[in-house]
Structure formats: structure tokens, C-alpha cells
Design a protein around this ligand. Structure first.
Ligand SMILES: [Zn+2]
Length: 378
């Protein structure tokens, strides 16, 4: 099976490389915004039309010549994807990119032969801890200490800047030899509001406290930033601190989610969760619950579960999100309409008398529903 996997490294550019990365980020943002503006006048311009305009644009704006031309094309592919999402009603109308928001650029892998010499524009050397990137040449990297080589084909690299730190994410197409295992255990997963994950085995995983700590700090820094004079020295100092805290929060969340997912996948062969649409949940939930839903990382957990199961040859199923997992009694199948109310934490069945934690009841239902709808019994 072929899968795409991203390897993210810390990048240590020298002063010249740093300047060039910043310039490239600026140029990709410029071309993205420039073409977005053009699209406003004539929405029918295809991506091909836009790419054809790059050479003329580099004459008008010579600074575009200094950077990796492939990154410029990638920016236009991103713009095109933005419009595709918009037309398929999967996203809003593409917005102009602002400096300091997702500062990054992507470039594609190119390989060609010239007089029997193979030329590659992106090359990863894990033993000597360096990467060759277009125009930048060799840059020092750090990460994946134990990894000596990657078996697969490089597809592209994304160079990003967060506060004063640089990163490169290398996307690799790997060919995996996955052995399907014969399942011997099954678990239902309810991802939710009160606790992050509840399993049908009765285990709950909550939001660790340090996540709250970071969220509080972010709020404080946002408040500080709004009081600072825009573009002053102190403004930038606070902004860097804020970005740094965002990054820490994001990393802490990823780590927490990864730990939860690893444990669940290690202990079970068939994993079943809801196919949830966060949007619907936000609409359905009451005001009080809204904050924790948007703040939590339910979607991320499900993505990781799916990925890890595929990777290890285990089964991952999802039940329809309209399946009333929280209203049905996991013992007698009676439907308790009043359980729609999310503030009710205890499930009480008026038919059989079962009293059980709301989320555990839901996860058992999810397990049973998913197993009978998806798994082929011999
Ligand atoms: Zn019942």
C-alpha cells in the first residue's frame, strides 16, 4: 500500500539562507495575493492561465527572479485549490495572505538527468543531518535521531517560519508492506466534550491541565498585544511570545493525542468511532459547551486513529453521525429522547433501569453499531 507521510525537521539556516527563506515566503505571498486580485476581475482564469503569467510578472517585478520559481507555482496551485474548495462548497472564498500568518512556502521535488548525472533539487541526508533545498543548497536539520534513511520518494518540501524558528516538512511517498491482522479485540470510541475520549471498555482520557495553562497564557498575551502600539518593538516581542506559546500548545496537543491514540490502537484490533462533523456538533451544542468543542481536538484524534490503524493492519470503522449513540440504551435498545440534552451526564433508561455514564453508553453503542454494519463475520 502506498501512503504519504510527512517528516518535520527543525531547520538551521545561516544568515544568507534565512534571508532567502524570508524573501521566498514574501514572494509566494505576493504572487498569491496578486493572482487572487486578478481572479476577482475574471474568475474564469484557469490555474494554467495564471502560471503562464509568471514570466511576464518576473519582468515587471524582478525580485521574483531571486527565489525558487517552483515555490511560486506551488503558491498558485494553493490558490487554485482554495477556489476548488470554494466552488465545491467546502470552504469560503480565498482570502488574501497576511504577513505573519502561516509564513511558509512549498516546493516540489524535481529530478532530471544531464549527461548521465542525476540532478535532484531536494535531497535528504539523515546521516549528516542536512537537507538540500532549491536555491538554499545545504541546510542543517535536526529531528528523527534514530532514523538513518527513509524508504520512499520525496514529493515536496514545505519550509515554514514560526516566530524566529525555521522548519522543513518533507512529504514522502512510502510503499508499505502491511500485513492485515486477524482481529481479536474491539473497542468503541466516543470523542466528546466533557472528556476527550471515552472507550467502551470504560476508560476516559481527559484534557491535561497543561493545555489549560497554555490557553490562559495565550489569552493574556493576546490582551497584552492589543494594548501595545502596533509595529513597535514591544509589539513584536509580545507577538513572538504569543506565536511561541501557540506552537507549544499545538505540540502539547499533538503529543497528548498521539499518546491516547497509541494506547488505544495498541490494545485493540478493531476500533470504531463516530464519523463526526464538528460543525454539526457546534450547532447542536449549547453555548456553554461551545468553547470546549472548538478547543478540543476531536478531529485530530480520529485522523490519527484512522492513520495508525491502516499503518498497523488493524481495522478502523466509523458509524454514521446521525446514529443516535447517546440516546439509545446500550442494554435494551430503548431510545431516550431527553438524552439529546448535552448537560445530562448520566444515562438513565426508563425501560430497563440502566444507569451508566453518558459517554460510556455512547461508546458501547458505537462499538456494536460499527461492528455489525462493517465487519464481515465468518
Ligand atoms: Zn434500557
Amino acid at each position: 500500500m502506498i501512503i504519504n507521510k510527512a517528516y518535520k525537521f527543525r531547520l538551521y539556516p545561516n544568515e544568507y539562507q534565512r534571508e532567502l527563506i524570508n524573501k521566498t515566503i514574501g514572494c509566494t505571498r505576493f504572487i498569491y495575493n496578486y493572482m487572487l486580485n486578478k481572479k476577482k476581475d475574471s474568475i474564469n482564469l484557469s490555474n494554467f492561465d495564471l502560471i503562464k503569467q509568471i514570466p511576464a510578472l518576473t519582468i515587471e517585478y524582478p525580485f521574483l527572479k531571486e527565489v525558487d520559481s517552483c515555490a511560486l507555482r506551488c503558491a498558485l496551485f494553493d490558490l487554485d485549490n482554495g477556489f476548488k474548495k470554494y466552488f465545491n462548497k467546502k470552504g469560503g472564498y480565498p482570502k488574501f495572505k497576511a504577513k505573519g500568518v502561516k509564513d511558509s512556502y512549498r516546493t516540489n521535488y524535481i529530478k532530471n538527468k544531464y549527461k548521465d548525472k542525476v540532478y535532484e533539487n531536494i535531497k535528504l541526508d539523515l546521516i549528516n543531518k542536512k537537507i538540500i533545498l532549491p536555491k538554499l543548497k545545504e541546510v542543517k536539520i535536526r529531528g528523527y535521531r534514530k532514523l538513518e534513511r527513509i524508504n520512499g520518494r520525496i514529493l515536496n518540501a514545505t519550509i515554514s517560519k514560526v516566530a524566529d524558528k525555521y522548519y522543513v516538512s518533507v512529504c514522502i511517498e512510502e510503499n508499505l508492506d502491511i500485513k492485515e491482522i486477524i482481529p481479536s479485540s474491539v473497542v468503541g470510541i466516543d470523542v466528546g466534550i466533557k472528556s476527550l475520549v471515552t472507550t467502551s471498555a470504560g476508560t476516559t482520557y481527559g484534557n491535561p491541565n497543561y493545555l489549560n495553562k497554555y490557553e490562559k497564557r495565550i489569552k493574556r498575551l493576546q490582551r497584552d498585544l492589543s494594548r501595545k502600539i502596533k509595529n513597535s518593538n514591544n509589539y513584536y516581542k509580545t507577538k513572538i511570545k504569543l506565536e511561541e506559546t501557540y506552537r507549544k500548545l499545538k505540540n502539547a496537543r499533538i503529543k497528548t493525542n498521539e499518546e491516547i491514540v497509541s494506547k488505544i490502537v495498541k490494545e485493540n484490533d478493531i476500533i470504531i468511532s463516530e464519523d463526526l462533523s464538528i460543525q454539526t456538533m457546534i450547532e447542536e451544542a449549547n453555548k456553554h459547551a461551545r468553547k470546549s468543542i472548538t478547543n478540543s481536538t476531536m478531529g485530530d484524534i480520529i485522523r490519527r486513529l484512522k492513520y495508525k490503524c491502516t499503518w498497523l493492519g488493524k481495522k478502523f470503522y466509523q458509524v454514521n453521525r446521525y446514529y443516535a449513540s447517546s440516546q439509545i440504551c446500550s442494554r435494551c435498545d430503548h431510545k431516550e429522547i431527553k438524552m439529546k440534552d448535552l448537560t445530562k451526564r448520566e444515562y438513565k433508561c426508563s425501560n430497563c433501569g440502566l444507569e451508566i455514564d453518558r459517554d460510556i453508553n455512547a461508546s458501547i453503542n458505537i462499538m456494536v453499531e460499527g461492528l455489525f454494519k462493517n465487519y464481515r463475520f465468518n
